[in-house]
Ligand binder design. Structure first.
Ligand code: ADP
Length: 604
């Protein structure tokens, strides 16, 4: 399969024909200077200089030249990089009139990018009319960020009215390099906490916790976060009105100043190329020295913050032109991170050269618990793969069986030792009701949970005993108890908070184990084959029908021969979906049913 990938920018168009399976490129096109005299270069050595046809036509003119080259190459589909997908897109989408209209409507959020991306889409759809076109969004991967990470502290109605929230960008690259890093480490992204630093002309960091982006440094626009080539990154918002008062600059010029005249360029006056800045800083240019310090200081600040957010980190990844090629920046960003468990191997870092054959290099010490990796990013290949998957899966939806939905009220699983402490040595839990998952029961016993703010009585114990204590509560319970519990899958209780438990025979201090259960579906391997999913895939489920239907995203698949097909959501989610909740402390089936749309959040 050959996919044509197009990235249309304001002054350049890049395109490549890629086999998504092998990553092999049969043709690449790079067109520059679109606004005055387009110069098109192809990977086969051909160069075409064109007379300006004006910005409106420039992209189309380049794509026409490309089509001419592709006369004998069968294309299976076209993938377009689109910068802003807003609230609407958490994955790549097949482009139709409706998708085009949505991308157009997002122009107000990304005035510099989406209109140009759309111009590319429209020109390409005309020229390559007999194949499907797909939009792959820079923001999509970060849609999984929790609300706390997406939300600015502004008046809520104002934010809702204008779509103001954090979206994040570079998602295609962050997702790709995290998957590459995991593969290099012989693991799956869903087992790792990874901090990815994409350092190109634009720079951003992402915290990828067990395969999902939970934080990223760019916000509503790509201006927030790190110091970049020409963008300021974070700054006190008070500077903007101050600048306006002091200089009289109107908002659009301040925007231009922050986006195009700041960052490394603004700090140094020698331009935005990190190579020049590093060279000048070694020669003693004090502005360049400071710029390098500000750049890496900000980066270190984010690395520390993201380790804190994920309560630890397994790998820190450097990518993009700077991250892949600059040992000095990697050194400055990753020295003295031993408090996190990351110990740099300076020799390895200095000699690291990424290539097609060595796209990942580990530059940490062998005994470093956290791996420091330089990873070559490949957004074009990532886009081609997304398209390839969509083409293959085209008609798989709507032929799937429905899934019963059950609501889990708050409950606790206990270890043998904890049962002893709470109910007396050797105490055996009594079965109150067998649950739908074979062998699992709601016990007659309950415990009292004591949080820093409040106490909840009669929290149902589920049996049989397990190897780890685990208290599963809803967001509402969290706020009531005063505990900030992470969303986790069952069994993953490392680095979670604890609380006090009281039983009839005594108290027990739970050191960790309080989680907000990740909504999930239990199924057998046979069910998994029917749905075409694997253990720990992440999917989406539509529950109910008509006006009351609700789509639950981020639903985790759990596969075991011991399971019975059933989706578990908590009481908050049940209430939101207007599904009746069961008796307290007992898992109860309801009549809801679901259809499943599959989404592999990350490829292994
Ligand atoms: P884009 O974000 O436009 O895709 P790139 O990822 O290609 O950009 O990154 C461009 C940046 O990478 C530039 O600032 C360039 O100076 C920097 N860069 C490339 N090679 C090196 C190097 N060997 N040392 C330091 N910086 C480098």
């Amino acid at each position: 399969m050959q996919i044509l990938v197009i990235n249309a920018g304001s002054s350049s168009v890049k395109a490549a024909v890629i086999d998504p399976e092998t990553g092999k490129r049969s043709l690449e096109m790079n067109a520059e200077r679109l606004l005055d005299a387009p110069l098109i270069e192809f990977s086969d050595g051909t160069k075409i200089e064109l007379e300006s046809k004006g910005p409106e036509r420039a992209i189309a003119v380049c794509l026409e030249a490309l089509k001419d080259k592709l006369k004998d190459t069968p294309i299976a589909g076209v993938g377009h990089r689109v910068v802003h997908g807003g609230e609407d897109f958490d994955r790549a989408a097949r482009i139709d009139e409706e998708v085009e209209a949505k991308i157009e409507a997002l122009e107000k959020l990304a005035p510099l990018h989406n209109p140009i991306n759309l111009r590319g889409i429209r020109a390409a759809r005309e020229l390559f009319a007999d194949v499907s076109h797909f939009a792959v969004f820079d923001t999509a991967f970060h849609q999984s960020m929790p609300r706390r990470a997406k939300t600015y502290a502004l008046p809520k109605d104002l934010m809702a009215e204008h779509g103001i929230r954090r979206y994040g960008f570079h998602g295609t690259s962050h997702k790709y390099v995290a998957a590459e890093a995991a593969r290099y480490l012989g693991a799956q992204p869903k087992d790792l906490r990874i901090i990815t630093c994409h350092l190109g002309n634009g720079c951003s960091v992402a915290a990828i916790e067990f395969g999902r982006s939970v934080e990223t440094s760019m916000g509503m626009t790509p201006l927030e976060g790190l110091v970049m080539g020409t963008r300021s990154g974070d700054l006190d918002p008070g500077i903007i009105p101050y600048l306006h008062e002091q200089t009289g600059l109107p908002p659009e010029e301040i925007d231009e100043l922050l986006n195009r005249q700041s960052g490394l360029k603004g700090l140094t006056g020698v331009g935005n190329d990190m190579r020049t800045i590093l060279d000048e800083s070694t020669k003693g240019n004090a502005d360049c020295q400071l710029a390098v310090q500000v750049f890496t200081h900000r980066l270190r600040k984010y690395i520390g913050a993201y380790a804190a957010i994920m309560a630890g980190v397994d790998a820190i990844v450097f990518t993009g032109g700077i991250g892949e090629n600059s040992p000095i920046i990697r050194h400055r960003a990753s020295q003295r991170l031993s408090y996190l468990g990351a110990i740099i191997n300076e020799d390895k870092n200095a000699t690291t050269r990424l290539s097609e054959t060595a796209p990942v290099v580990d530059f940490s010490m062998q005994h470093s618990r956290v791996k420091l990796l330089a990873v070559k990013t490949d957004e074009q290949l990532a886009i081609a793969r997304e398209c390839g998957k969509l083409i293959e899966k085209a008609d798989a939806v709507n032929t799937l069986p429905t899934i019963p939905v059950a609501i889990s009220a708050r409950h606790i699983h206990l270890r043998r030792e904890t049962v002893d402490a709470l109910f007396g040595p050797g105490y055996e839990l009594k079965v109150k009701k067998w649950l739908s998952q074979p062998g699992q029961f709601a016990a007659e016993e309950t415990v009292t949970v004591v949080g820093p703010r409040n106490t909840i009585e009669r929290v149902r114990v589920l049996g049989p005993v397990r190897s780890k204590d685990q208290l599963e509560i809803s967001r509402t319970d969290e706020f009531f108890l005063g505990i900030d519990a992470p969303v986790r899958e069952s069994g993953k209780v490392e680095d979670t908070p604890g609380c006090k438990l009281i039983g009839p025979a005594g108290e027990f201090l739970l050191e960790d184990g309080v989680i907000c259960a990740w909504r999930h579906i239990h199924m057998t391997p046979e069910d998994a084959a029917v749905f075409g999913v694997q253990d720990r895939d992440i999917v989406e489920v539509a529950v109910g029908s008509g006006e009351r239907s609700l789509v639950f995203g981020n639903v985790l698949i759990r596969v075991s021969p011991k399971y019975k097909l059933e989706m578990h959501i908590d009481t908050d989610e049940g209430n939101a979906a207007e599904i009746n909740t069961g008796e307290e402390g007992v898992l109860q089936e309801t009549s809801g049913s679901g259809t499943l749309r599959k989404r592999r959040v990350m490829e292994a």
